[in-house]
Design a protein around this ligand. Structure first.
Ligand code: 5GP
Ligand code: ZN
Length: 113
């Protein structure tokens, strides 16, 4: 039994609004979006952070990034987009299953800096 909340999302044990899934990764809406359309992309295999990735795992994950970004661009028509991920608590990581944030940006008043 895992206690990892994102492993539970992968397994469907807790609900999430998934927007993409393949053999290697899942993308779903952030439960507390910092802007409209905030999405998280995660590997299905538990990896705490980027340091634990093999090159193949990294390639499988980043291969999907343009698809996610384009889906959000078409759906929400943002003016820009931040792609970021945090490694370690001092860097702001709160969930210790690797995740890449996709944060659509609208204008300087969209609340995210
Ligand atoms: P971090 O600070 O670790 O880079 O970001 C963690 C992100 O996970 C936050 O944006 C937070 O809102 C999101 N999050 C935490 N728990 C859940 C959850 O149960 N479901 C979803 N969809 N997102 C979550
Ligand atoms: Zn996990």
């Amino acid at each position: 039994m895992t206690s990892c909340i994102f492993c539970k999302i992968v397994e469907g044990e807790i609900p999430s609004e998934k927007i993409y899934e393949d053999d290697h990764v899942v993308a779903f809406m952030d439960v507390t979006p910092v802007t409209k359309g905030h999405v998280l992309l995660i590997p299905k295999t538990h990896r705490e952070n980027l340091y634990e990735f093999s090159e193949t795992e990294a390639a499988n994950l980043f291969a999907v990034a343009p698809k996610i970004a384009n889906t959000l661009k078409e759906t929400f028509t943002p003016a820009g987009m931040n792609i970021l991920q945090n490694n370690g608590a001092p860097a702001g990581q709160a969930v210790f299953h690797f995740h890449m944030h996709f944060i659509p940006r609208y204008d300087e008043t969209d609340g995210f800096s």
